[in-house]
Design a protein around this ligand. Structure first.
Ligand SMILES: [Zn+2]
Ligand SMILES: [Zn+2]
Length: 128
């Protein structure tokens, strides 16, 4: 039983690592089912939760749905309003926060999380 759980979790992690589309749990479930046909969506959710707690993956929630990301180094995201795609944006030098200014206002900053929204390069290419 324990071993089976470990294999399931490893596969879910491998599936997530193999893509950069920031998939939903449903998408991951469809992929994992090809290898483990009798796995349930609930099992996928449960394992995603454990992987998140272990710090191996991150969860992005836009208020409507959760998307998952196996890339855990600091980076930002761009969400396309047209296709719903989520893209990684390297944070280097893109945004700097004036922490002192925020501290003046009474806020102590630990972290910064940014989701850009707009139209992605793929959708812009289609339009033009
Ligand atoms: Zn798009
Ligand atoms: Zn990402």
């Amino acid at each position: 039983m324990q071993r089976r759980n470990t294999n399931q979790r490893r596969l879910i992690y491998e599936v997530l690592k193999s893509t950069d589309i920031h998939p939903t749990a449903d998408w991951i479930y469809e992929q994992v089912r090809k290898e483990i046909p009798n796995i349930s969506l609930g099992t996928v959710y449960r394992n995603l939760k454990v992987l998140k707690e272990e710090g191996k993956i991150i969860e992005l929630n836009d208020g409507k749905q959760s998307r998952f990301d196996a890339r855990t180094d600091k980076h930002f995201h761009f969400k396309c309003a047209q296709c719903g795609g989520i893209f990684d944006i390297d944070s280097d030098g893109l945004i700097s926060v004036n922490k002192d200014k925020l501290l003046d206002l009474g806020f102590s900053v630990d972290d910064l999380d940014v989701i850009f929204t707009g139209i992605c390069f793929k959708c812009r290419g289609r339009e033009n």
